[in-house]
Structure formats: C-alpha cells, structure tokens
Design a protein around this ligand. Sequence first.
Ligand SMILES: [Zn+2]
Ligand SMILES: [Zn+2]
Ligand SMILES: [Zn+2]
Length: 167
Amino acid sequence: MREKQPRHRARGAEGSVSGEIRLHPKLGLNPHMTYCPRCGGEGRDLILLGARDYIDKCCDCGIMLIGGGPCPKHPGRRTERVRSIEEHEKLPGSACEACEKDLAAQEAEVAAGGVYFRCDCGAKGGVILAQHALAADARAQLKIAAPAPCGVSIPECPSCAKEPRAT
Ligand SMILES: [Zn+2]
Ligand SMILES: [Zn+2]
Ligand SMILES: [Zn+2]
C-alpha cells in the first residue's frame, strides 16, 4: 500500500529553521494545527513549536510573534512576552487553498483596473470589479492607474448594509 501524502505542511515557528527546533520537555516537537487567518477555516500548515510555546510582541510595531521573535521587520528591536500557547491551541497559519485562489483572482481583477475595498465594519473586504464605474472613479480620484494596486475604504459594504445600523 502506498503511503498517503501528509495532509499538512510542517514548518517551524516564525524565525526558526527546521532542524533547529528545540524540543519541548514534555511535548517534543509540539505540533500545532493552524487555521486560515482570512476565513478561519482549516489551515494547511502544521507549526512545530517545540519549546517555543509562547507568543511575543514586537515593541516597535506590535506584531504578534508566534514562538517568539525576532520581528521580521525590526530584527534588532526588543520583544515582549504576551502569553504562552495552550497545548491544543490552533494557531493562525498561511491562507487556505480557497483563500489563496480568491486572493489571486482579486489580484488579477485589481491589475485589470479593479479596486480593493475595505469597510469600517471590519468585514472581509473585496474588490470593486474593473468594469464597474466606481472603480474607474476611485482610480481617477486617487490618480493610480492599473495595473498598480489601489484600495479605498467605504462607509458601507454589502455585508453591513444588510444589518440595521447600531446608531
Ligand atoms: Zn481561508
Ligand atoms: Zn516589528
Ligand atoms: Zn461593512
């Protein structure tokens, strides 16, 4: 019988190189399942934390560092311990396959003249299609011509327009 392909790609915690994982005294490689940070669905990665079962924060930009620093943008700066990671805690990994496809399609639409939009309500944003007059208006106003990426924030998106306003 052929062995099945492993379902998850394994990788070390941020900043660590595989083969350099310091084993956890009780949990060994200490593997953690991940979720897709975009849709919350099942992630594709398996993060091997080893002994680095904690989250630090870059004191410069505030980014959360799973397994500790250094911050990829501020490697020399101080980091601060935020908390430790529970044994069975799911961690944010890379985007899932569906989201990756989605993102690639959005990128293509924006390169063709579309415009990214984001709403104050915090809902997942999207893309104003290239053929839509709003996209051309936004690009004209911002003086950003395709294929350069371009984004706007809007006061009301399709997902919050459906719900009654809190005010
Ligand atoms: Zn996803
Ligand atoms: Zn930073
Ligand atoms: Zn909204």
